[in-house]
Write a protein that binds this ligand. Structure first.
Ligand code: ZN
Length: 289
């Protein structure tokens, strides 16, 4: 992609943002919308919206922009949290700076957060956000934010793998899917126990085009269990699948309430429920012979 095309795809804010951790100033980058830049394609079973490459702009990845990253200390968070950071969290993220920088350098030795982002900076932004949200208090709903970040990271590492097939990005994509599974299931547990809500988050995505809300979170936690959960221990697997099935039933739970839910989500949830039921029954038959 040439520089001209890249620069007409996104823009930097005129006003600088000051990093609350290291005080460096930087300019936030955002995607320009309109004029045929985004040509919506299919929705995947992971609720990801795909985009067709346009003739003029080539492949466009809206997901590389949402996380703000300080180019100096690599503190990363979503815009709603970036500057609103309290003392204990701030101190911990500051103390973690060296570890944060050296961890991401193992994957990407060179990153350019002060220039137009590429898939690499995009994937890195989610890696860094997962590290930083570890230190946020429960009222900021860090677990679901880590879950969404891990899923988006898995998608972008998968995109990287398609662009650079020899760099082992597929391995990282799988790692992020497993992280996503872990954090999605934990988010549902925390929300049920009252430990950590997610009602204050305006958009649970998981992608940028539509908010599938709490039902989307329930669906993804079950889908990710089915697809990326541990399989070695068959008894464990069965327990996990039964839990996932119970989670899915909460989407349909309230009878008439499901009328107002997006039909695509209900269809996807039904599909996964069928697949889970089949696997449990198959395992039961194998176990009894
Ligand atoms: Zn900084």
């Amino acid at each position: 992609m040439s520089d001209v095309e890249t620069s007409s795809l996104s823009f930097f804010s005129k006003k600088p943002t000051a990093c609350p951790i290291c005080e460096a100033n930087f300019y936030k980058e955002d995607l320009r919308t309109g004029r045929g830049r985004l040509i919506a394609g299919d929705l995947t079973e992971e609720l990801r919206r795909l985009y067709e490459p346009s003739k003029k702009y080539g492949a466009v990845y809206p997901l590389i922009y949402p996380v703000m990253v300080c180019p100096k200390c690599y503190y990363a968070a979503y815009p709603m949290d970036f500057s609103e950071i309290q003392e204990p969290t701030k101190n911990k993220i500051e103390e973690d700076t060296d570890r944060r920088i050296s961890s991401i350098q193992l994957i990407f030795p060179e990153l350019e957060f002060e220039q137009h982002r590429t898939l690499k900076e995009g994937a890195a932004s989610y890696f860094l956000a997962i590290m930083c949200y570890d230190f946020f208090p429960p009222e900021k709903s860090p677990t679901i934010k880590r879950a969404i970040s891990a899923l988006r990271g898995a998608w972008l590492f998968n995109d990287l793998d398609q662009n650079f097939p020899l760099e082992n990005y597929d391995y990282l994509s799988k790692l992020f899917y497993r992280k996503a599974r872990f954090f999605y299931i934990l988010s549902v547990e925390y929300e049920q126990s009252g430990k950590e809500g997610m009602a204050s988050i305006p958009n649970l995505g998981p992608d940028l085009d539509k908010n599938y809300g709490y039902d989307g979170v329930l669906y993804l936690s079950a889908y990710l269990e089915y697809k990326y959960g541990p399989r070695k221990d068959t008894e464990m697997r069965k327990t996990y699948l039964n839990n996932a099935k119970r989670t899915l039933s909460r989407i349909f739970g309230m009878g008439k309430a499901s009328k107002n839910k997006p039909s695509i989500l209900l269809d996807l949830a039904r599909d996964v429920r069928t697949k889970i039921t089949e696997e449990i029954e198959e395992e039961g038959e194998n176990g009894s012979t």
